[in-house]
Ligand binder design. Sequence first.
Ligand SMILES: N[C@@H](CCC(=O)N[C@@H](CS)C(=O)NCC(=O)O)C(=O)O
Length: 201
Amino acid sequence: MSLIKLYDHELSGNCYKVRLLLSQLPKEYEAIKIDVFKGQNKEVFFKNINPAMKIPVIDDSGVIVNESNAILLYLSEKYNKNFLLDSVESRAKIYSWLLFNKTSVDPFLAKSRAIKKFFPEDKQDNNELKMLQKEGNKSLLIIDEYLKDNDFLSDGYSIADISMYPYIKLSYEGEIFLDKYKNILEWIKRVEEIKDFIPMY
Ligand SMILES: N[C@@H](CCC(=O)N[C@@H](CS)C(=O)NCC(=O)O)C(=O)O
């Protein structure tokens, strides 16, 4: 069996989700850097791997999976079901949060971060940024309310927490601040205390 290949970039929160799960499974892997800042993701060789031209992608002995949250589902299903929890009811919560993450959290938090961290100042659209920050805050409030009575997003630490963690942790880079979300701040501490946690940077 060959090592899992992860097409990766160190500044990508989506790639980090996969690195964090691989660390905790635990599962060895080979990281292949795709320099999205130089457009390597648009080169023919990578387009053949992922026609959507985005990272992360994994190649697990020929099984190619893209979309960070799909990769989390695949890897936990295949290598360590503890990250999916036991009951159908707990899994239902995981599925809900994974979809909420991709529809209502990452699109706002990751894009705000990208604008402030990676776009040149003259390309930063302040109206777009304000809209993203407003929508991001709405979702953070929902998560914060939920975490008032729950230690983790489902009934124990799972890929739902892994999926939600990076862009929430890094939200300050998009000028979305967590001070008023006390339950989220406590949850971040709990996530960072899980065995084999690795920091984003
Ligand atoms: N929904 C995708 C989003 C992936 C994504 O946006 N990846 C970024 C890096 S974090 C990327 O490849 N950007 C390059 C581009 O869009 O040109 C996922 O969750 O994997």
